[in-house]
Design a protein around this ligand. Structure first.
Ligand code: SF4
Length: 337
């Protein structure tokens, strides 16, 4: 398995089909077992994340984000639960040093017979598409939760995270399954909100249900179960493909987005955090570019200001975290709620 840079382009695997990925590097003692479970160094969780790709056969998504790093294309065999279970067992063996691999070099790595560099902070359902489109999502969450119970020294402390574009909340059956997974397994959900208006949403996410219905279902869901909101901001190429200029997100769009967050809080959403981030590598579409750190901080500040302007003191998202091209940024003067 190769350790990838995770959470690029909204938390996906960061893989570019059909092109070499200069930021991929091989893990010591790796197991080459396929493409369903993949280790990645995550900007947002700050350590080793085990990604789970429900679409190893090729991208499947309800959006077509301008900044997406996953290109459509033919991949490997389709997802299977037994393959995931096999990969989990293989990773457990690797972390327990039950398979051949380089001898860890530090005392820290040898604690309790484990290779601590292989102990994941989380399992992240992301991969090549929108996880809620897969009929295997809930069985796969159950399988990961079972692995945590079965091998607590390796997986016991790992969170289970779903990184979603929020379209699944529109489906009552999926929403009910997610509520159950939150309750039963402590599933943490990172839900996309890239815009405040239909117009900017169509530029960023480009395809999908109408924006108002997504926001309404996001609110309905988060009244029952907490959500971490994740918002991608980047420069966008001008309207014409011939236009080489990259434009910053317009001020009115940032304000509209901040007001949406305030509206969610006012409406009773349980917001367990906000992540403002930008892309850390070029997207293959070449339609977007990273925002600079100061721009991202200013955007996060707008969310705080919008919350502060509300007359009733309602708790907004907390913590607020900002991720620049190179990593997490300090966000001074965070939320007061
Ligand atoms: S939501 Fe879909 S199109 Fe957008 S970044 Fe994620 S995988 Fe790519």
């Amino acid at each position: 398995m190769d350790i990838r840079r995770a959470d690029e382009g909204e938390g996906r695997a960061g893989r570019r089909r059909g092109s070499a990925d200069p930021e991929t590097h091989w893990a010591p003692g790796q197991i080459r077992s396929g493409d369903i479970l993949y280790p990645a160094m995550s900007r947002r969780t700050g350590g080793l994340s085990l990604g789970i790709n429900l679409f190893p056969e090729g991208k499947l998504c309800s959006f077509d984000c301008a900044y997406c790093e996953v290109l459509p294309g033919k991949g490997g065999p389709a997802f299977s639960l037994s393959a995931l279970e096999k990969d989990l067992a293989a990773w457990k063996a690797l972390a327990s040093k039950e398979v051949d691999g380089p001898t860890p070099s530090t005392t820290k790595d040898q604690v309790a017979g484990l290779d601590l560099s292989k102990i994941p902070l989380d399992f992240a359902f992301a991969g090549d598409g929108e996880p809620t489109l897969s009929s295997s999502l809930f069985p796969a969450i159950d399988a990961v939760a079972a692995a945590r119970l079965k091998w607590p020294t390796v997986f016991g402390a790992a969170k289970i995270i779903l990184i979603t574009n929020s379209t699944g909340f529109l489906d009552a059956r999926i929403a009910a399954g997610l509520h159950d997974a939150v309750r039963l397994h402590g599933l943490e959900i990172w839900a996309k909100l890239d815009a405040g208006t239909e117009s900017w949403y169509r530029k960023m996410d480009r395809r999908g249900p109408d924006f108002e219905s997504i926001v309404a279902s996001l609110l309905a869901f988060s009244r029952r179960s907490p959500l971490v909101i994740q918002s991608m901001f980047c420069k966008l190429r001008g309207e014409s493909m011939a236009d080489q200029e990259m434009i910053d997100p317009p001020e009115e769009e940032i304000e509209a987005w901040a007001l949406r967050l305030a509206d969610l809080a006012r409406g009773g959403a349980r917001l367990a955090g906000l992540q403002v981030y930008t892309q850390s590598r070029h997207s293959p579409h070449r339609l977007t570019a990273a925002l600079d750190d100061a721009g991202l901080i200013a955007i996060a500040r707008r969310a705080v200001d919008a919350m502060d302007r509300m007359k009733a003191k309602i708790p907004g998202p907390k913590p607020i975290r900002v991720f620049g091209r190179e990593g997490e940024l300090e966000f001074p003067g965070g939320p007061s709620w």
